[in-house]
Design a protein around this ligand. Sequence first.
Ligand SMILES: Cc1ncc(COP(=O)(O)O)c(C=O)c1O
Length: 389
Amino acid sequence: MRYSPRVDRIAGEGAAAWRIHMEAVDARQRGEDIIVMSIGDPDFATPPAIVETAVQALQAGDTHYTGIAGRQELRAAIAREVEACGGPAVTAENVIVLAGAQNALFSASLCLFSPGDEVIVLDPMYVTYEATVQVSGAKLVSVPALPDSGFRPDLDAIEEAVTERSRAIMFANPCNPSGVVLTREELEGIAEIARRHDLWVISDEVYGSLTFEQDHIMIAGLPEMAERTVTAASLSKSQAMTGWRTGWMVGPKELIAHAEHLSLCMLYGLPGFIQQAALTALGNARGEMDRMRDIYLSRRNRVIEGLEGAGKLSVVPSESGMFLLVDVRETGMTSLDFAWALYREEGVSLLDAAAFGSSTAGYVRLSYTLGDEALDEGCRRICRFVSRL
Ligand SMILES: Cc1ncc(COP(=O)(O)O)c(C=O)c1O
């Protein structure tokens, strides 16, 4: 039987990067002594108040179809959240509730891009972006950050990448895998390029509430950016709710109306009991976000300390989130070989960060979504492995 050429565009390198992680998870399930540091799924339980709201809603029969774009109350709460985080003045009509930020990015791609278009994506990039852009038929144009600058965006390179086919600039702020949080100057530089060349900006802000030393700034809140910015975000990381698949897209009303048509034939709205839980997450469970952020920060510091003895490795301290990059080039191994050898010899799984783009070749991504004891043991094993090289 024949398939659409689209199936090739959605099966790229990104999918292959997860092999080491899948193996590690399987081995751990078989009872092997494996430390999984390769996934960005918070180890915290979803806060009890959120779970309780969902349970009560289920018991009350909130188990039927809901409105496609999401309940008005939840869309309004998200709009308030956007404003509270320094975003533009928006209303419920600027918001559509979707199945996670990934679903929002995918929807944005289908609503905005066509074959022949180019989408400038800042590298390193989250592994799904390639397929997310290419599913629309558009071409992904990667603009590598400079490793020597700590993976900060290169504004001149972004400007140079613009052609008459360019339709958008896309990035995650904060970034996965680098943890870089874009500064006001960097965002103003990107906004200026977008305005000058009449481009959309797709800003993935799933880690927005998990910045450590500096505030997260929403690019949509900069002058004249609300009309050309699509913000994707979710509760996955901020409230340890990855499995709830609860996220949203915020943008111009016209785009939200198009996304609603797409959702009508793709998703048909999120379950009501999950939307009720999301309301609790954005309301009285909000303090949990700060608690989790503080724990991630202390874990980041713990890993930096734990890897101090690993002579040939150099850690890039992250500014946010639950990952950090480790430069393994001095070991003489490729990052892929390093990750597999570490896994086979010491039972620690990391991800080859080359999967996130050319700028992170030679780096591995370490996730600190583990308790202190496991983190310490993981670091000890990494140091032992490196000392043998
Ligand atoms: C940068 C980035 N964007 C989007 C996602 C997907 O988030 P969600 O669970 O909201 O779909 C992830 C998940 O790891 C991510 O790291």
